[in-house]
Design a protein around this ligand. Sequence first.
Ligand code: S3P
Length: 172
Amino acid sequence: HRALSARKGIALLGFMGSGKSTLAGQLAVMGDLPYFETDAVLEQEFSMSIKEYFQKFGEESFRREESRVLKKMSGREMILSPGGGIVLKEENRNFLKNYFFCVYLKVSPETVLQRLSGTKNLRPLLQDKMNLTDITEMMERRSAFYEETADYILEGDGKSISECLTELQSVL
Ligand code: S3P
């Protein structure tokens, strides 16, 4: 097992709509730890929403900025909730493995579709893909990356937030 001492943070990984932010926020409150979202940092820095950023500068530029922000997140205790696409780059996966205990919050495409259908926070990458076929395909392209990076896989389907928290407490 990789030395836990070097890894001060806990990162919640998972697909858009998996519930990373909600769970990470609760974990932070419980552990009285600072909480960061790479998306929120970028929105603040650029004074625009992620959706606007994608429209203006495109995905490639977003991925560059996202990696830059991620690399500032180390060396202190924290809970981190990065965007769902953080695992696409190998350098990000390596960084996460080195500095964080990584939890993959795994949910089904059905859960994602259901959760995202009820939110106003439209994800740019899913704008024309709010259907099970497209979500399933995208998730399948990413799942190996999530699994490879994870220290622990938390099956989120059918579990309440407090059940997820209890389960996490027992492994952290
Ligand atoms: C993305 C996920 C989003 C956001 C951006 C791209 C992705 O974050 O970073 O829209 O590629 O999966 P959430 O996972 O919080 O939705």
